[in-house]
Write a protein that binds this ligand. Structure first.
Ligand code: PLP
Length: 350
């Protein structure tokens, strides 16, 4: 049985969190002389002179309805990056507790662990980009506090096998984070309902991809109310600004538009994948459950440079172990994809 209390760093458990003015009074009406704000207004175009709601109650209510999860099981961060960082700081004692990652994967897990001086255990994915379950279970030590699973995975694009995730959930007594940044583009179901069964499971989702709000910086973490409570305790008081909270609430009302954009991107991904597969310079287009394609080229470095010279910017992953020779290509608009395609044709004919 997982005991969350035993996993928490002791000083975090007894931490007396900063109490903001808006913690002590959260009513909407009143004469607010408590937070040293400017009462006259703001030089910004909109009146941003008041501090935001520290717990984003209205926004969480909207997310709670959409995701069918209690508001006390939702944490909102300044991007998913904030939740990744805070989870490491809550559970991992520097220079002592380790974090298990499965490269090639999203590099923020490693960066956040390194910043906090936590040793990393790296268990590479198998050649077909799946979890190496046996190796993962063998590599866990008594000091392993967090396992990060990215599914669909960045940069490989595929989803991790459900039965392997299930085995990790049933056998690991630390924190398991499943990063579902690309879940809207996948046919697979989210692991979100499993937070009711596993108090040590954290699901990360984001407004940056399918919802198209990368510029607003808003990430979601779903978990047991205890872990959400801890995240709230250690976050900076006003981590989600007023504009982001407002714009996200109005954006959530346009779920049909999100769904429409996802369908459009999936249709474009299919066209792009089919085209790329025919090219003589392409060795492999990997299956994708995300809004990008990992593509192995015969001469990735030169293709990358040529695209760059022609103002088409893709992500060069060709120097990463297990992604040798591969570029990660985000699915763009129809016309952007056409430009990419004609540029690749030009490369072949040059
Ligand atoms: C893009 C991405 C995110 C989103 O990060 P934000 O900080 O929310 O923008 C999270 N995880 C992965 C794997 C990603 O690729």
């Amino acid at each position: 049985m997982v005991d969350i209390e035993k996993l928490i760093r002791p000083h975090i458990k007894i931490l007396n969190p900063y109490s903001s003015a808006r913690d002590e009074f959260s009513g909407k009406e009143g004469i607010f002389l408590d937070a040293n704000e400017n009462p006259l207004g703001s030089t910004a175009q909109k009146p941003y002179n008041r501090y935001p709601d520290p717990y984003q109650v209205s926004l969480k209510k909207a997310i709670s309805k959409l995701k069918e999860v209690d508001a006390n099981q939702i944490f909102l961060g300044n991007g998913s990056d904030e939740a990744i960082d805070l989870l490491i700081r809550i559970f991992c004692n520097p220079r002592k507790d380790n974090v298990l990652v499965m490269p090639p994967t999203f590099e923020m897990y490693e960066v956040a662990a390194v910043i906090n001086e936590n040793p990393l255990i790296k268990v590479h994915l198998t050649k077909d980009y799946q979890i190496d379950l046996e190796m993962v279970l063998k590599s866990i030590t008594s000091s392993t506090k967090i396992i990060f699973i990215c599914s669909p995975n960045n940069p490989t694009g595929n989803s991790m096998d459900n039965d392997k995730i299930e085995k990790i959930l049933s056998q690991f007594n630390g924190i398991i984070v499943i990063d579902e940044a690309y879940i809207d583009f996948s046919d697979n179901a989210s692991w979100l309902p499993a937070i009711q069964k596993y108090p040590n499971l954290v699901i990360l989702q984001t407004f940056s991809k399918a919802w198209g709000m990368a510029g607003l910086r808003l990430g979601m973490a779903f978990s047991s109310s205890r872990i959400i409570e801890l995240l709230n305790k250690v976050k900076s008081p006003y981590n989600i600004n007023v504009a982001t909270q407002k714009l996200a609430i109005s954006g959530l009302k346009r779920k049909e538009q999100k769904d429409y954009m996802v369908q459009k991107i999936l249709a474009e991904r299919k066209i792009l994948a089919r085209f790329l597969k025919q090219l003589s310079i392409v060795e492999e287009v990997y299956p994708s459950d995300a809004n990008f394609l990992l593509v192995k080229f015969k001469d990735a470095q030169n293709v990358y440079k040529y695209l760059l010279q022609n103002n088409v910017i893709v992500r060069n992953r060709s120097n990463i172990f297990l992604c040798e020779g591969s570029l990660r290509i985000t699915v763009g608009t129809e016309s952007e994809n056409k430009s990419l395609i004609s540029c690749l044709k030009k490369y072949i004919d040059r």
